[in-house]
Ligand binder design. Structure first.
Ligand code: ZN
Length: 310
């Protein structure tokens, strides 16, 4: 077992329309856009990052808005629900706000003793707001969201798998322990990490496989403090038989990726250097930042990218 993982770092999903995606996360949910950059492999596509004031690991939802892209189909082998934490007592406020803004799929419920409000994103993405203790986190109160309702960061993520076994074993190896079960959902939690410390597995043996598209989670990233810890994790995973990519510089963190037995793509990302490495905290996410190799093409790239609101 390894002990370097500290909970979630970010969740990356795919969207159709960049403007709609930006409006939903900064407007409806009131998160802060902490980086406006482009996909490393497709620089005509944005990579948009939303989170708290500084994009603290464990708060960062990121998107590739691919333009005209078919919607994904929900199923097994994917992250089924991305869960955000909100302060205790905040759900009635959110229910009213989301309903007033025409958000679909609103459903109140409880799981693992926590009140939750499930809802759909602009591309049918599955989200939930879950009432949780603040645990030292500070919400970014954009777009008129009051302090006592603001999103604190992630609560966790729920994977839907045909067979939980091998993935549960992997989570154990990564430092998660089995916590509790609620129906077909089993919760795994990591000690000593950040507040985004739960992964739930919903086992659906009879369900069809997911097909990725707009509204699908592309991968989830787990946090490690620094590059040394990341190398230790990489070696441990490879010694266990996982095929892990080399370390890739993603400008705001270093990343390694590997495919898990249940089909979900995992990333291990460093907490260093962070989103303020190339802009002041006061102006995060305002200017278009390009990976160095694309800087000579800035004019062309800017002409291809759709306008999105500040
Ligand atoms: Zn990532």
């Amino acid at each position: 077992m390894i002990n370097q993982i500290k909970g979630l770092h970010h969740v990356t999903s795919m969207a159709a329309d960049a403007g709609q995606n930006n409006a939903f996360f900064t407007g409806t949910l009131g998160l802060r856009r902490v980086k406006k950059t482009v996909n490393f492999d497709a620089p005509e596509v944005y990579h948009l990052y939303y989170g708290d004031e500084t994009g603290t690991p464990g708060s960062v939802m990121t998107y590739f808005p691919f333009g005209r892209m078919p919607r994904g189909r929900r199923g097994t082998g994917e992250v089924g629900v991305t869960e955000f934490a909100v302060p205790e007592g905040a759900l009635p406020w959110w229910k009213e706000r989301l309903a007033a803004q025409g958000v679909s799929g609103l459903a109140e419920g409880r799981s693992f003793g926590e009140a939750r409000l499930d809802f759909a994103g602009p591309d049918g993405d599955s989200f939930a707001l879950v009432e949780s203790a603040a645990r030292g986190r500070t919400p970014w109160t954009g777009a008129g969201v009051p302090e006592d309702a603001g999103v604190l960061g992630f609560r966790g993520a729920r994977m839907r798998l045909r067979d939980a076994g091998a993935t549960a074993e992997l989570l154990g190896f990564m430092g998660y322990s089995r916590d509790d079960s609620d129906g077909a959902v089993t919760r795994y939690r990591i000690e000593g990490g950040n507040a985004a410390d739960t992964i739930d597995i919903e086992e659906l043996p009879g369900a069809g496989a997911a097909a990725q598209g707009a509204g699908s989670v592309h991968h989830i990233a787990f946090a490690v403090e620094n590059r040394a810890a990341q190398l230790e994790v990489r070696k441990a995973l490879m010694d266990t038989g996982y095929q892990v990519t080399p370390v890739i510089d993603r400008d705001y963190f270093w990343a390694i990726y590997f495919r898990t037995p249940g089909g979900v793509l995992f990333e291990i990302a460093t907490n260093e250097p962070g989103f303020d490495r190339d802009e002041d905290t006061a102006h995060l996410g305002e200017a278009l930042k390009l990976p160095t190799r694309y800087e000579p093409l800035r004019g062309k790239i800017e002409a291809l990218l759709p306008e999105i609101a500040a």
